[in-house]
Design a protein around this ligand. Sequence first.
Ligand code: ADP
Ligand code: ZN
Ligand code: ZN
Length: 755
Amino acid sequence: MSYADIIVDISHENLDKSYQYSIPEEFREEAVIGALVIVPFGKGNRFINGYIVGLSETPKWKVELIKPIHQIVPGGLVIESQLISLAYWIKETFGATMNDALKTVIPVKKSVKSIEKKTIRLAVSVEEAENYLEVFKKKNNKGRVRLLEAFLGDSAVQSKGIDELEYELAVNKLNIARTTIQDLEKMGVITTEVEKLYRNPLNNKESEKESVILSREQQFVTEEIIRDYNAGKRKTYLIHGVTGSGKTEVYLEIISSVIKQGKKVIMLIPEIALTYQTVMRFYKRFGSRISIMNSRLSQGERYDQFMRAKNGDIDIMIGPRSALFTPFKDLGLIIMDEEHEGSYKSENPPKYHAREVAIKRGELSGASIILGSATPSLESYKKALQGEYKLFTLPSRNGEGRMPKIWIEDLREELKKKNKSIFSLHLKDLIKDRLNKKEQIILFINRRGYAGFVSCRSCGYVMKCPHCDVSLTAHNNGTLVCHYCGHEEAIPTKCPSCGSKYIAAFGTGTQKVEELVKREFPEARVLRMDTDTTKTKDGHEKILSAFANQEADILVGTQMIVKGHDFPMVTLVGILAADLSLYASDYRAAERTYQLLVQASGRAGRGRLPGEVVIQTYQPEHYSISAASNNDYDGFYNQEMNYRDLLKYPPAAHILAVLITSKDENKAIFAAKLLGGAAKEWVKTEQISEETIIIGPALAVLSKANDFYRYMIYVKQSNYNYLILLKNYLEGYINFSEHFETCNVQFDFNPMNSY
Ligand code: ADP
Ligand code: ZN
Ligand code: ZN
């Protein structure tokens, strides 16, 4: 007898609450994961709908107590079924519990009411409000007085008035009763507004941009994809278009064609690029038929958005990775812009990659997939070259922009010229020039890199592990540690290469740079954008729009500023230390450096005025830097692919990362050793030891977090399925061993970041 785990209410929070039913012989074939079934439920055995989420051969209860499935609903891939099958696939492919996978994929209605953000504003003039205030004071209406004083200011305590007040603040901090607010609203003294971001953007005063005429290259891509689509062909495409080549215009045109046929579209963009500017382009074209998802939405709000999609109220969902699970019934197209972005990989279990899931979802729903990037991931480009994806190239900029001129400044030469400032002489000159011309400047600090690496300021030499191709990390106790193999050595006092004493841990913060800019160019107006200045809600948006409105001459920032923004007055981009991300202790360091440099350069010269870029570096000869300066993606790809092939890093092979954590360091080490041993045994019995590389256990880069000690094992294999089998084996091993009780073990396939 076979049994099925069935969930009967998928809008319920407890998705793990499944019931076991038996599968009658005649349904054996159709009883697959995701199938819609009718089952008897409860005491009265009334018939209700459910979905199969698991299958097994073993009963969980007394067999007599298990009821049989009544019926399997034919014709079945309704949207929930599709999403449940997708969850199952995610569980199998990325390693997670079915429950975690279901929670990722199925929109769950939370019992809490979704919170609206309400704002109160004065509806009358200040004079009128003052008159009201007098009246309320006389009547001793304290609540009303407090509220109006908040707007008008209180001369007694010399406080200034405000323009708007958050509703919840009024209620909770000013202790104003909700009825008081209601009364004042009825009297017409105030208004309350429920904020809906982008609710009616067409009322915005921004001028309507004429729709563009596509260039020949853009037209070619658009027509090819639409032709395939109309012929019923569903494929995965990769559009490799330089920054500003007009990929978005291509997307808009294809989306328009797809929705005209009654199909729906999911448009994925990295959260950080989800700015007002980007969203407006979609609104201008499609109006209120779009909806936006972002990580700030509560679970309730997300649920509401998803229901709008399910009910057919919208055609296009725009958002980061989670938008992928929009329950569109007639999905026709998924677009993934900036497909190389690390944020498309989930950091929590299931640690899925949105690109893979998008392609699987496309397969289940009959949708095409378009991946787009100026700097495609090696994974995608390799597949495109092999013909698995169809490749299109947009090699030049469109509209008014031209590709910027790129200079490389060797910082070792600057030191020789006794220039110890963080700006090369050339960059200084160009900054002065732009300030004179009233053009704008972006200064980009590459901080992604690991701040602890040690390098020589005279010759650029970097302390690396003698056994692994990664930089060593400085620890406070004066040692350098390799986080791949555990090698340790003392921090040198002299450069082992040139003998200079200028060897030290590297790292310059944005704040420091801002200070230095202000000191060097006192006349410049400077804005800074990093995690500190964007903590507040909309902080990000405010800085960008201030800069777009030319309220500042120089924008200083981290990777945040390089994503897809379009500032036509920016004619100079300075990249202060291009090398920093090269020394991150993971194999994607060069790729990430290349991407950052190209994307940052891509901010210059997007308008009518030509742009220039200065890349400052200690390693001008490094291929990621020279390729970026020549916009030579293929050159970079070939070099980097050689390296990946040689060391069997993705996409040359696959990696399974196993993270073992425990509060007890000895237990973590012991468990890690056990797992490492088990993995080695397993590959031996499977007779794949030859072609499998097992690294570790070793201390993780982040060796301790929240009092948990972290150890890693990395397994490299070219066959993904072996890694899944190994993971399943290790999971079983963990369950049967008592040494993991105080440990936590996590699996991550092809990790995007180092641990
Ligand atoms: P990408 O998405 O590749 O970075 P965009 O689609 O944002 O490029 O295009 C960059 C700029 O060029 C935008 O301001 C866009 O409006 C403009 N643009 C793109 N294609 C055309 C075209 N065919 N004619 C005129 N302007 C264009
Ligand atoms: Zn040196
Ligand atoms: Zn090492």
